[in-house]
Design a protein around this ligand. Structure first.
Ligand code: IMP
Ligand code: MG
Length: 181
């Protein structure tokens, strides 16, 4: 069998655009009551850029006006398996001391990225860190990490679209699909 690449991958729809939109509106309603006035939203690039853009605009409709910042952590690279270690490639710029952070990621998988990111943001002085993910794959968890807010629980599938990539491909899809192995 030939190696799975973005060029030969088949993407099947999993969560459509309307379902994502509805769920993010509801998530914003769940999150808004917990937001402090000077909250900083920190999105993890690149995967969470679409989720961050959509969630922040839904929060704004509910009167939550955060500062938005981003971090880049080490990623999967070209593979579909995590390397296991997490590093900061680009740190956030905002002064976090004494401020609440809402940390956003596309997918909670093994839990390594988010548990590392929460620790890191606390070291930067955040008074509290709440986490929200679009997708959660609990069957893949390597530690006891749970997100405070989660959009959809999914099976152990490799997903793409809505900002999420396979070797930098498929981020532009407005829906979430899975790569057929
Ligand atoms: P964790 O550190 O194992 O929890 O992995 C989280 C990160 O891995 C996410 O930020 C994603 O960027 C990436 N990731 C996990 N699962 C997938 C997937 O199915 N497709 C694409 N990226 C994924
Ligand atoms: Mg990521």
């Amino acid at each position: 069998m030939s190696e799975l690449t973005p060029e030969n991958a088949k993407v099947e729809p999993l969560i459509n655009e309307a379902e994502i939109k509805t769920r993010i509106k509801t998530m914003a309603k769940e999150i808004a009551p917990h937001m402090e006035k000077n909250v900083v939203v920190v999105g993890l690039l690149k995967g969470a850029y679409v989720f961050t853009a959509d969630l922040v605009r839904e929060l704004a409709r509910l009167g939550v006006v955060p500062i938005v910042d981003f971090m880049v952590l080490s990623s999967y690279g070209k593979s579909t398996e995590s390397s296991g270690t997490v590093e900061v490639k680009l740190d956030c710029e905002e002064d976090l001391s004494g401020r609440q952070v809402l940390l956003l990621d596309d997918i909670l998988d093994s839990g390594r990225t988010l548990s590392f990111a929460v620790d890191h943001l606390e070291k930067l002085g955040a008074s509290s860190v709440l986490t929200a993910v679009l997708l959660d794959k609990p069957s893949r968890r390597n530690n006891s990490f749970t997100a405070d807010f989660s959009g959809f629980t999914i099976d152990n599938l490799f997903v793409v679209g809505y900002g999420i990539d396979f070797a930098e491909h498929f981020r532009e899809h407005p829906y979430v699909g899975f790569v057929k192995q």
